[in-house]
Design a protein around this ligand. Structure first.
Ligand SMILES: NC(=O)c1ccc[n+]([C@@H]2O[C@H](COP(=O)([O-])OP(=O)(O)OC[C@H]3O[C@@H](n4cnc5c(N)ncnc54)[C@H](O)[C@@H]3O)[C@@H](O)[C@H]2O)c1
Length: 314
């Protein structure tokens, strides 16, 4: 599928990745774009909505889709980003996480099935669904073994994408993201360090022992991979890891963020081997499968951090 002349519904469009996806897809000549988010659209999106008859925004909750689905225009593909995105929140409020990430996602998938929308693309989480594994880098054949409720919800919904593809001949795709960062992100470890250093340039508090190592991907490379996977020519269900080649420790990130802020703070560790309950300590993803579609990481980790910090300073 190419997005040309397709009618696309994007959930979670006001969020970090949803907005970046929107900015790219408008260049691919879809016939219609409908944006759906519980929060208001980004200012730049509102400008498009005001100017173009074929771009609409609906402020609503995915869990209530049955109440407003009659207001939506015909759709060819659903791009599903809307989520409760926090591991700590999923620990404190497990049913809330389940309600949004499983029930809400299921409502969107059922809406697709009932309305003959054949294509559904989902933002899963490779950083959490594999849990702690010795198989590093981890490929898509690895057993799903989440250690957080957030990861469990992502894994659970992904199973339905598999069964719906088989039962109802839908084309369903799951992108298992690593940690995505870049301009527009207001969560994650880099943003946290940036904010803390703005408040106190002399000392940086780091959660855990700083040795947690994970893989990261700059937002533009994430959107490249997402669009390639969504546009694949085969049918049925496919899952793809999508992340950076190398894993990076939290201390290394602290050093880079400090460097690009022009600071040399003292690092203070809270201790323990992980940042929060449910935090996966080591993770790195094998991305050979998505590379076979022609995907390539274009932005090095360090270059990505420098561009992100520069955007935060603007
Ligand atoms: N950012 C990452 O590093 C990362 C990593 C792995 C997976 N993901 C997944 O990618 C997707 C996008 O992540 P993001 O970083 O852009 O998160 P984000 O929090 O910036 O965006 C999520 C959006 O979903 C919306 N939303 C939440 N609940 C909703 C509901 N009930 N109904 C309608 N809209 C709702 C929010 O308002 C927000 O705009 C999420 O599914 C997330 O789990 C992100």
């Amino acid at each position: 599928m190419s997005f040309k002349n397709k009618s696309v519904l994007i959930t979670g469009s006001s969020g970090f990745i949803g907005n970046a996806f929107f900015n790219r897809i408008i260049e691919l000549s879809p016939s219609q774009i409908q944006l759906l988010d519980i929060q208001q659209p980004k200012h730049s999106q509102q400008v498009f909505v005001d100017k173009h008859d074929n771009i609409d925004f609906i402020q609503a909750d995915i869990r209530d889709i049955n109440e407003y689905s009659h207001r939506l225009k015909s759709i060819d593909v659903i791009i599903h980003f809307a989520a409760q995105p926090s591991v700590p929140i999923s620990t404190d409020l497990p049913y809330f996480d389940f309600d949004v990430n499983v029930i809400g996602s299921m409502r969107m998938l059922e809406f697709a099935r009932k309305n003959d929308i054949d294509e559904f693309v989902f933002a899963a989480s490779g950083g959490t669904i594999y849990g702690e594994t010795d198989s590093i880098p981890t490929d898509e054949f690895e057993r799903l073994n989440p250690i957080s409720n957030y990861g469990a919800a992502k894994a659970a919904f992904e199973m339905y994408l598999r069964s719906y593809a088989s039962l109802y001949s839908m084309k369903t795709t799951s992108l298992r993201f690593g940690n995505i960062f870049g301009p527009g992100s207001t969560h994650g470890v880099m943003y946290d360090f940036y904010r803390k250093l703005k408040n106190n340039p002399d000392t940086l508090q780091i959660l855990g022992d700083g040795n947690q190592k994970k893989s990261y991907l700059y937002i533009d490379d994430c959107i490249d991979g997402f669009i390639l996977a969504a546009s694949r020519s085969d049918s049925g269900f496919q899952e793809y890891n999508l992340s950076g080649v190398n894993s990076v420790s939290v201390t290394e990130i602290a050093e880079l963020v400090s460097k690009y802020m022009g600071l040399s703070p003292r690092f203070e560790y809270t201790g323990g081997d992980r940042g929060w309950r449910g935090d996966v300590r080591f993770g790195a993803m094998d991305t050979n499968k998505i590379k076979q579609l022609g995907w390539k990481q274009r932005t090095s980790f360090e270059k990505g951090v420098s561009m992100y910090i520069q955007s935060l300073n603007m």
